[in-house]
Design a protein around this ligand. Sequence first.
Ligand SMILES: C[S@@+](CC[C@H](N)C(=O)[O-])C[C@H]1O[C@@H](n2cnc3c(N)ncnc32)[C@H](O)[C@@H]1O
Length: 257
Amino acid sequence: MLLGNATIHKNYNSQNLVDMWGDLIDWKKRREGENGFLIDQLRKHNVRRVFDAALGDGCDSIYLLQKGFDVTSNEIDKTFLAKALQNAKANNVQLKITSLDWRELDKELEIESFDAVIILGNSLTYLFTKETRLKALEQFRRILKKSGILIIDERNCQNILDNRDEILKGNFNYSGKYVYCGEKVHGRPIEISDDKVKFEYTDERTNKIAYLAMYPWKRDELKKLLQEAGFELIEQYSDYLPKENPDADFYQYVCVK
Ligand SMILES: C[S@@+](CC[C@H](N)C(=O)[O-])C[C@H]1O[C@@H](n2cnc3c(N)ncnc32)[C@H](O)[C@@H]1O
């Protein structure tokens, strides 16, 4: 179901990337890695209506629908959207879709209309300027009800920046236990600068290759930006455990409006 006047006109991600995505993240292992974190947070904050800002292939939206949440799923990339719709059908759930740029949610979405916004898989790093990332966070905050929560994650890119020489020599240490958990599709950074990290993903069975460039968050940068966007209460988790661990693979933030 497509909500509003959504027109899907953008195609940011290659077909190869989208085809590999399920094997890159491994839906089952993502859930094992988070060990109930997502559901526990949503329940703790009495969430019913969820806006999944970055649907991707549907991994999180489909899971939340199966758990009984009222989910609206946003995807502007038609290749990812097609994959998510196919996955929803295979899982016998119906997606409610919007197709909005994060910076323009107010074009269609009512102020204070969701109990939670989730943006997972290090997604905000698709935006390469501070101004655009802040705008997106302000838009997420706008659609949250009072006391609603934003759940956002980031890859520990500071570790990648700090170890760039070793990583570019081929020594990329990633546990593979969190968020991106696939065993047959491997990702590794092939270009690393302070402004951009480019990952290469390889399917070891087919040798298919895909690429994704992302903005590398520096230590505490996202936390400060969340504050700047107006979130006052921010809890940080490291690989789903409370507090900041400099060696974590991923950080999660639960931010209360
Ligand atoms: C890294 S994928 C993550 C997908 C999914 N959340 C996951 O964890 O597997 C990021 C998603 O964000 C979407 N996206 C990128 N830039 C966007 C923007 N400016 N507005 C809305 N969606 C965007 C992309 O199309 C892509 O599906």
